[in-house]
Design a protein around this ligand. Structure first.
Ligand code: HEC
Length: 146
């Protein structure tokens, strides 16, 4: 039997992948998503994804989003939406629908490098759509043009 069978090579690759995922988790500290209470927001239809923020400018959504953002996104994107350089500074995300579409795409699916490794985890199935748009409302309220 050859010592380097395809299966062994596969196993080695899988082990390396697991190790780097663990390193990433360690590098970012606690990665457990923190639940977001959306009480007070108009409920949205489950499974029907909007491409425009239904809560834009809503003070309640901004308040819920601020807490949701600071607990789940700030460790990479920075407290108060001011990036320390780890991930894009979301104050510059376009206002209005163009920004909304890009936002919902990213928060649902996360972001991956061309080698398939995850640089931002997907949040679909973790947060309700209501919570996602609340975070978008907060980010938009912190928008900067500079
Ligand atoms: C583990 C770190 C990490 C966490 C946690 C994280 N992100 Fe990201 N995010 C990134 C990185 C890195 C990118 C850039 C991806 C790329 O190369 O395009 C990114 C990109 C984005 C973008 C696109 C920005 C642009 O200018 O293209 C949005 C929007 C975004 N993230 C929103 C969020 C939100 C909202 C949360 C919290 C629910 C979040 N992210 C949590 C790392 C993270």
């Amino acid at each position: 039997m050859p010592t380097r069978s395809p299966f062994r090579a596969f196993l080695a690759a899988a082990l390396i992948a697991t190790a780097s995922a663990a390193d990433l988790a360690l590098a970012h500290g606690d990665v457990t998503p923190q639940p977001i209470d959306v009480t007070g927001l108009t409920p949205l239809k489950e499974g029907e994804w909007l491409t425009q923020n239904p809560y834009s400018g809503d003070p309640k959504a901004i308040e819920i989003g601020a807490s949701g953002y600071n607990q789940n996104c700030a460790r990479c994107h920075g407290l108060q939406v001011i990036s320390g350089g780890l991930a894009p500074d979301l104050r510059y995300l376009e206002k209005g629908q163009a920004g909304d579409e890009w936002f919902i795409e990213r928060i649902r699916h996360g972001a991956h490098k061309s080698d398939g490794s995850t640089v931002m985890p997907p949040f679909e199935g973790v947060f309700k759509q209501e919570a996602m748009w609340a975070i978008r409302s907060y980010i938009e309220s912190m928008h900067s043009d500079e």
